[in-house]
Structures are given as structure tokens and as C-alpha cells.
Design a protein around this ligand. Structure first.
Ligand SMILES: CC(C)(COP(=O)(O)OP(=O)(O)OC[C@H]1O[C@@H](n2cnc3c(N)ncnc32)[C@H](O)[C@@H]1OP(=O)(O)O)[C@@H](O)C(=O)NCCC(=O)NCCS
Length: 180
């Protein structure tokens, strides 16, 4: 079978309804999901953490089959210094299109754009066996703490530029949209 042709582009307002459905469907059977991810996307778009260039859709044969969103977070260091970073949440692929490279294409493209925009790192809470292939390491390796009660192997961070996390440790502050 020919490889799936995947196109990635920035999301537009007219994609919002489809992205809602794709996100809901991607997480519907995920045991650890609170099934609120589609609403989280809506809340984040309205927040000051939103970066339109980092809300991307994946298309196969002109149909939206996946979506990724990276938004702004802060790492608060000792002495109240802050360090800006991004969080990846959520990334969603329609069940029938999973394991065909769509998620990887979205993640790699989002990393490229984030780096071009000048961001140095991305933090996420996710599958321990999936994200290390992109370069994610445990937050604990950097003494960085995220405000969720999750096992350390699921709390991950990645440098988009070499040494961008040198000397950075502290607590991550997420947008309020993650807690409403
Ligand atoms: C996780 C997800 C985004 C990955 O996208 P994808 O297009 O299916 O993944 P890719 O085709 O790029 O990569 C395939 C690899 O991912 C792995 N993978 C897919 N879903 C996984 C999961 N839930 N846990 C661990 N690994 C997973 C596959 O096993 C495969 O591994 P292999 O290359 O070693 O065979 C997608 O499966 C999805 O939307 N899942 C439901 C929602 C979700 O879990 N989102 C992420 C929350 S952290």
C-alpha cells in the first residue's frame, strides 16, 4: 500500500468544529482520559497562552485526521525568576488513522515551528513509551515539577535547542484553562 500522504497546516477558525470531533474521538477510548480534551482545546484558544501558529491540523486526502496544540507555560525558578516554555496538550489522531505516522508528523512540525518562534523547550504529560523517540526526557531529570499527580515517567520535557534547559529547574505554571 502506498504511504499515507500527510499535510500539516495551521488551524483556521473554520476547522474548530472538526477539531472538536477529532479530539473527542481520539480520546474516547483512552483509559486515562477525562474525556474533556476537546473542551480544553476550546478553552485554551480563548486564553492568553494560545499561539495560533502552534495549533496545527493534519490532513489526509483533504480531510482533517489529527490536531496538535502547544501553548505557553512558565517555569518558575527559585528567587521567583521565570522561564518561558511550551506545553504540548493535546495531540489527537482519529482512531482509524492512528499508527500511520500522523501523530509523529504533527509533533515534528510543531517542534520546528516552536523552535523558529524562539521557544527552547516543550513539557507534556503523556505516554511514557511514545514521546522519548522525539527526544523527551523525564522532568525529574531537570528537577522540573509539573502540577499534576502523575507518575514521573509520564511527566516529560524536551529541549528544542541544545542546552536550552541548562540551569533551569522549578515548578511549571499551567494556564488556568487546564484546571477549569
Ligand atoms: C498518541 C497518538 C497521538 C499517536 O499518534 P499516531 O499517529 O497514532 O502515532 P504515529 O503513527 O506517529 O506513531 C506510531 C507509534 O506510536 C505508538 N503509539 C500510538 N499510540 C500510543 C499510545 N497510546 N501509547 C504508547 N504508544 C503509542 C505506536 O505503538 C507506534 O509505535 P512504534 O512506532 O514503536 O510501532 C495517537 O495514537 C492518538 O491520538 N491517541 C489517542 C489520544 C492520545 O493518547 N493522545 C496523546 C495523549 S499523551
Amino acid at each position: 500500500m502506498a504511504d499515507l500522504q500527510i499535510k500539516i497546516r495551521q488551524e483556521t477558525e473554520s476547522d474548530y468544529d472538526t477539531v472538536f470531533k477529532v479530539t473527542k474521538s481520539a480520546f474516547a477510548d483512552m483509559p486515562k482520559s477525562n474525556n474533556d480534551e476537546q473542551n480544553l482545546v476550546n478553552r485554551l484558544r480563548k486564553s492568553s497562552a494560545f499561539i495560533p501558529a502552534l495549533s496545527l491540523v493534519a490532513l489526509c486526502e483533504e480531510k482533517i485526521v489529527g490536531h496538535i496544540l502547544l501553548t505557553k507555560v512558565l517555569i518558575r525558578k527559585r528567587k521567583n525568576q521565570t522561564f518561558s516554555a511550551l506545553t504540548l496538550a493535546p495531540v489527537s489522531v482519529l482512531p482509524t488513522y492512528q499508527k500511520k505516522g500522523v501523530g509523529s508528523a504533527l509533533i515534528n512540525k510543531a517542534h520546528m515551528i516552536a523552535k523558529d518562534l524562539g521557544y527552547g523547550s516543550v513539557i507534556l504529560l503523556g505516554h511514557a513509551s511514545y514521546y522519548p523517540r522525539f527526544g523527551y526526557k523525564q522532568c525529574a531529570d531537570y528537577d522540573i515539577v509539573i502540577p499534576f499527580n502523575s507518575p514521573p515517567e509520564n511527566c516529560m520535557i524536551m529541549e528544542l535547542k541544545e542546552n536550552s534547559l541548562a540551569g533551569v529547574s522549578g515548578k511549571v505554571e499551567y494556564p488556568a484553562a487546564f484546571f477549569s
